[in-house]
Design a protein around this ligand. Structure first.
Ligand SMILES: NC(=O)c1ccc[n+]([C@@H]2O[C@H](COP(=O)([O-])OP(=O)(O)OC[C@H]3O[C@@H](n4cnc5c(N)ncnc54)[C@H](OP(=O)(O)O)[C@@H]3O)[C@@H](O)[C@H]2O)c1
Length: 501
């Protein structure tokens, strides 16, 4: 395979594109055919042996990839060949294939393309953790972002706005600040021309800023710390300038403020549940269109050294992405519940959907849904399901043999096909207001008392069993019963658990 190789530590121009053997996978790894790789600051550090992770030479940089799984280790159960995924590879992503431990690989949400997927986790993950978990940023507070047009900086600007803060974006050129303005920044400071401390005093009427987000370090840092409000939080995120600031200890004393460290990678490893919950909230904002990555330029694999050099030369606004190979992508459909309009009407044909507001949904625990329309399970659907799952048992797909061997000459649908139709019926029976996205979260107590023969009709009834709070939304437990026309026993009974944001 083709890979960008670091054979000796040095600057980007020392990297070479070379043919290498494809990576071997361990039992808990997946092998990813890389479609795109985000370019992040650690990539420029790792090739110079200046990063905390030090892979043995030769290696490819590239810590955040998107692509398709082409092989899985024998212990991997939750992902399979063909899945579209995003992965925090650490390194190895500037290549056609990379092996990553399954714990660091996540499915790409429906509706997100490979380019965006390859540069989303790292920047938004870092900045959301910093602002929410480390600074406890509150609506109405003032947030100063240094290096505001960089990868993590621009994410902090957007997230600060979504979280209700007043955002001051500070960067080194008007060009960069224009992008910050587009992302919602309220005030702009060009620190190549303006004095940071003086401008903050003017903007905040001498009060100072409540939170500083600092991924840059160097001379700007002390000026920012001196501009803090009482009980402010100063976030140490990174040192893109190459200079680690040395603060006089009297400054936090005088300001009654805290200097707070941010280490997202360590947080994600030590607090995986919290990190996943953060991803859930970010995903909801992405799906709702509240945050969207700014992609400055897409480079080819051969141009990867130039992409790293542009990052070092402070030329990149938002994200640079390496596109690996030539491919075009068919966008996937986003599945969301139907949303009712102001008159509680929905456009689809489903019978009498229950129209609910997400904020009131708890009041409806125990309430039954209507019965869906009949739906015919065709042989074509059964064949498609077999193709998708590689389950070609003859009782499902061999119509000729079924004519000879089955009592009524018909094939039967896979039980899991019937079960997976529960979410289709669910969206017909329930229309939700105030929901931007929903994710099927799990199934419980699934049973298949009767079979579904090819060509027969099925329908679903349901009941809201429970609603539990979760960060950014709720978990809805829905009792489902799928009946087959003319049959006494149901074809499927179970609980569908759906996360609503
Ligand atoms: N703590 C964590 O968990 C964590 C997570 C992710 C990233 N980081 C760190 O955060 C920093 C920024 O990462 P990033 O991916 O956002 O990088 P980036 O996209 O390159 O942004 C860095 C910004 O820093 C400013 N800068 C000032 N002096 C610079 C210099 N000498 N070279 C390059 N940039 C300089 C630039 O803005 P101006 O030109 O406007 O000054 C640039 O836009 C890095 O140090 C990275 O390691 C930390």
């Amino acid at each position: 395979m083709k890979a960008v190789l670091c054979t000796a530590f040095g600057l980007p121009d020392s990297l070479r594109v070379a043919e290498t053997p494809p990576p071997k996978i361990e039992s808990t790894d997946v092998l990813i055919q890389v479609r795109a790789c985000g370019v992040n600051f650690p990539d420029v550090l790792i090739i110079q042996n200046k990063y905390q992770i030090k892979p043995p030479l030769p290696f490819s940089p590239g810590g955040e990839v998107s692509g398709e799984i082409v092989a899985v280790g024998e212990k991997v159960k939750q992902l399979k060949i063909g899945d579209r995924v995003v992965a925090l590879s650490g390194w190895g992503g500037f290549a056609e294939q990379v092996a990553v431990n399954v714990n660091r690989v996540f499915p790409i949400p429906p509706g997100m393309d490979f380019i965006n997927a390859s540069c989303t986790l790292y920047t938004y993950g870092t900045s959301y953790h910093a602002l929410k978990d480390r600074a406890n940023l509150k609506a109405g507070e003032t947030l100063l972002v240094l290096g505001a047009a960089g990868g993590v900086g621009l994410a902090a600007v957007e997230l600060g706005k979504v979280m209700g803060a007043k955002v001051i974006a500070a960067a080194s050129s008007q060009d960069k600040l224009t992008v910050c303005r587009e992302k919602g920044a309220d005030y702009l400071i060009d620190y190549s021309k303006e004095d940071l401390k003086t401008r903050i005093k003017e903007i905040t009427n001498e009060k100072g800023v409540d939170v500083v987000y600092d991924p840059v370090g160097g001379a700007l840092s002390e000026a920012a710390l001196r501009s803090m409000a009482w009980k402010g939080r100063y976030l140490t995120v990174g040192f893109a300038s190459g200079v680690i600031p040395q603060f006089p200890a009297n400054l936090p004393l005088l300001k009654g403020c805290s200097i707070v460290g941010v280490f997202w990678g360590s947080f994600a490893e030590r607090e995986p549940q919290q990190s996943l919950q953060n991803f859930g909230a970010l995903l909801a904002w992405i799906t709702a269109g509240k945050i969207k990555q700014h992609i400055d330029k897409i480079y080819s694999l051969e141009e990867a050294p130039a992409a790293l050099q542009d990052l070092m030369d402070r030329k990149v606004k938002g994200k640079a992405v390496i596109k690996v190979g030539t491919w075009t992508e068919v966008p996937t459909e986003v599945l969301t519940p139907r949303v009712a309009n102001a008159n509680n009407e929905t456009s689809a044909r489903a019978p009498k959907p229950l129209v609910l507001n997400l904020k009131d949904i708890k009041k409806h625990i125990g309430q039954s849904l209507a019965v869906s329309d009949w739906f015919t399970v065709s042989q074509e659907m059964i064949n498609d399901f077999a193709k998708a799952t590689h389950d070609y048992q003859w009782i499902h797909v061999d119509t000729e043999k079924a004519k000879e061997q089955m009592p009524d000459g018909k094939t039967i649908a896979h039980g899991y096909l019937t079960m997976s139709l529960a979410s289709k019926f669910f969206f017909e029976l329930l229309a939700l207001k105030g929901v931007t996205t929903s994710i099927n979260y799990g199934l419980n107590k699934a049973r298949f008392p009767a079979v579904v023969k090819s060509g027969s009709r099925i329908r679903m009834s349901g009941r809201i069993m429970n609603v539990e709070d979760m960060p950014g939304g709720v978990k809805l437990f829905l009792e489902c019963k799928i009946e087959v026309e003319g049959e006494e026993k149901p074809a499927y009974v179970g609980e569908l658990i759906t996360a609503l944001y």
